[in-house]
Ligand binder design. Structure first.
Ligand code: MN
Ligand code: MN
Length: 244
């Protein structure tokens, strides 16, 4: 069951409307790293997670992201609908689609479900969520650097902060399953190359914990396979060498 309360989750008070900044904000409304993507990603993941506590966490965070979507929508509405409308209509996107938020990103590309990363396994999903939160946090940082409006900065700083909190929750959930620092998950055992790392970019090589002991570093990797057989294509053009 869903119901909606008209009060905002956190205050949104734009002091000086800026239609151009409103267009930037669309990145977090209808963009890849935006709140619609996050809300729908965590919500749909909750349908296939067996663990009741993690399912509950995903539902709690999904609903918080819907609150964020509403806040970003209100920010866009306030940046494009107050006071002098001339500036609004100088921002090409709002000139065409009208004021307020739309499910497009800052460049006008339509939101797509391909932004959502989910499916099949809770460890896979939680790792995808850490990446999603990182993307959202980074977009908020960029947005904050492009506005001086105090009310906007305050709301965006809250939104950036919450993505850090969500990252922490997802990391703790993975840790509770012993999967925060264990790359293996799932039911199919890896082959004997799992601890082998290859030096495939030759030149000024640098080393780090990702390719040091106990991992086995192969300085000069050699192919383990043979040259594959040539393709057979009856429709391909025959040249003097290939058509005997
Ligand atoms: Mn959010
Ligand atoms: Mn989040």
């Amino acid at each position: 069951m869903f119901y909606h309360r008209k009060e905002l989750f956190y205050p949104v008070n734009v002091g000086k409307p800026d239609a151009q900044f409103g267009q930037f904000l669309l990145e977090q409304f209808g963009g890849a790293t935006g709140e619609l993507t996050a809300a729908l990603q965590y919500w749909v993941q909750s349908f296939h997670v067996e663990n009741a506590a993690i399912r509950d966490m995903l539902q709690d965070i999904a609903l918080e992201e819907f609150n964020h979507l509403e806040m970003v929508g209100k920010l866009i509405a306030q940046h494009t609908s107050k006071l002098d409308q001339t500036k609004v209509y100088e921002a090409p996107l709002f000139k065409m689609k009208g004021i307020g938020p739309h499910f497009v990103d800052s460049q006008g590309s339509a939101w797509t479900a391909t932004y959502i990363n989910e499916g099949g396994n809770v460890v896979r999903d939680l790792r995808a969520n850490i990446a999603a939160e990182g993307g959202a946090r980074q977009t908020y940082e960029t947005l904050i650097k492009h506005t001086t409006d105090e009310g906007t900065v305050k709301a965006l700083t809250h939104l950036l902060t919450r993505e850090i909190t969500h990252t922490n929750m997802f990391m703790k959930a993975l840790d509770s399953m012993g999967k925060l620092d264990d790359p293996f998950f799932g039911t199919i055992q890896p082959d004997d190359t799992v601890d082998v790392v290859f030096n495939l970019s030759h030149g000024e090589d640098a080393r780090g914990p990702w390719n040091e002991k106990p991992l086995k570093y192969i300085e000069d990797p050699q192919p383990k396979g043979k040259i594959p057989s040539a393709p057979i294509n009856p429709d391909d053009e025959k040249t003097p060498t290939s058509a005997k």
